[in-house]
Ligand binder design. Structure first.
Ligand code: C5P
Length: 404
């Protein structure tokens, strides 16, 4: 049981879904976890600390001090003790405080002291959920590394119907359980990942590039690090920032720089995942000065072929190393994917088609097929968030023979 002996801080905020936290607490306790409940003052209006402390076998923490004894409750100690913090329900108010660091209660203060991963299961009315303020805070929390357990659609306490219901306790429990189950799977493995576009300079202010945002590669890097891998992420220009301490990010601009950075880490890598959208061509020379608008037409910008990073490394692949490529296709996805798989000496290739709505550059979702170099049949996956797609990709990589 992956949660046996784990220390879980269960944060409960003041929302009607707090009654479901009792079931969640029971699931954690039944799985052998030790649970410390931290509740906001308004949380206590919805659920009594006596119920929670009876089930968790620990006093519930809510105030900074116990009034009659003056005993101080150390949020720092709780932060150090925890293997995970799970905030369920996470209300709009508490998420706003967490996103901006307003530490005026024990729950938010504990959150700020937390070194372990934090999961939050938002619960609120539909209109509150879609409000730009809530959406902004959710984005900020995600950027800060909080794992949001998506709310579900259905009947709400207000009588309205829509998205905002807290995920069911079983779903929250499973998310945390999976996190710990996967945590060790790539322990000791070195994973090299390329992500994002490359920019090929024309002059000091212009470049040839593409619309890749790097979201897929960054999601894979986060997931591999969550599973215990040491990750080197060689990233083209993107606004994304990898949060996990297990990820070393190397920022590059051009394809040549990307190849150079990859070469440095390739020999020691167990798994290489080439998800970057590398420009196939670069201007043969970079203008020293900015090309002026007054100039007459530019007849041509001569382009030269860039190195194919995946193919170059694929040629040097040693036994036991796994190489994974990507193919973003506009047509004949399967045939083109298969040909790239062979040409680049890959073990598997992730194919996505721009013909599928929600797949490809810039979106938060992707729809993939996976083709293999060995005889096994292709896998087809439905449209999913890129975080979920990253899990599917790593689950599949883990079935390849060098990792068995
Ligand atoms: O040939 P194509 O660009 O479609 O191949 C895509 C795969 O090859 C991706 O895995 C991509 O990261 C990789 N690639 C590369 N270097 C290039 C072009 C593509 O590593 N110059």
């Amino acid at each position: 049981m992956s949660l046996k002996g784990k220390h879980i801080v269960l944060g409960i905020c003041g929302g009607i879904a707090a009654y479901k936290s009792v079931s969640l607490l029971r699931l954690f306790v039944k799985a052998g976890a030790e649970v410390q409940v931290v509740i906001t003052p308004s949380g206590k209006e919805f659920i009594t600390p006596v119920t929670l402390s009876s089930l968790s076998q620990k006093p519930v923490v809510s105030e900074f001090f116990t009034a009659n004894t003056g005993e101080w409750h150390s949020h720092v100690q709780i932060g150090l003790w925890a293997d995970a913090m799970v905030i369920a329900p996470a209300t709009a108010c508490s998420m706003g405080k967490m996103a901006t660091g307003i530490a005026d209660n024990m729950l938010v203060t504990t959150y700020l002291s937390m070194r372990a991963p934090v999961f939050a299961a938002p619960a609120m009315d539909f209109d509150m959920m879609i409000h730009p303020s809530t959406q902004r805070n959710l984005k900020q929390l995600e950027a800060d590394g909080v794992k949001i357990i998506e709310p579900e659609s259905g009947e709400l306490a207000s009588g309205l119907s829509g998205r905002g219901r807290m995920a069911e306790p079983e779903t929250i429990f499973k998310t945390v359980e999976d996190y710990f189950a996967n945590k060790e799977e790539l322990k000791g493995k070195q994973v090299l990942i390329t992500a994002g576009p490359t920019y090929e300079r024309i002059d000091p202010v212009r470049f040839i590039g593409n619309f890749s945002t790097g979201k897929m590669g960054y999601a894979i890097a986060e997931e591999a690090a969550n599973r215990g891998a040491e990750v080197v992420l060689v990233s083209g220009p993107t606004s994304l920032v990898a949060k996990h301490p297990g990820i070393k990010t190397i920022k590059v601009e051009s394809a040549r720089q990307m190849l150079e950075a990859c070469r440095e880490y390739f020999d020691n890598s167990d798994i290489c995942i080439m998800s970057a959208a590398v420009a196939d061509y670069a201007p043969s020379c970079v203008m020293e000065k900015k090309i002026k608008r007054e100039r007459d037409d530019i007849d041509e910008i001569k382009l030269v072929k860039n190195p194919d990073i995946a193919a170059t490394l694929g040629k040097e692949k040693q036994d036991g190393q796994i190489m994974v490529g990507f193919a973003l296709e506009t047509d004949h996805a399967k045939e083109n994917g298969e040909s790239k798989l062979r040409r680049k000496n890959l073990d598997m290739i992730v194919v996505n088609s721009l013909e599928d709505a929600g797949a490809g550059f810039g979106t938060d979702t992707n729809k993939i097929d996976i083709l293999f170099a060995d005889t096994r049949p292709a896998l087809h996956f439905p449209l999913k968030s890129k975080t979920e797609v990253a899990k599917d990709i790593l689950n599949t990589i883990q079935t390849l023979s060098p990792l068995q």
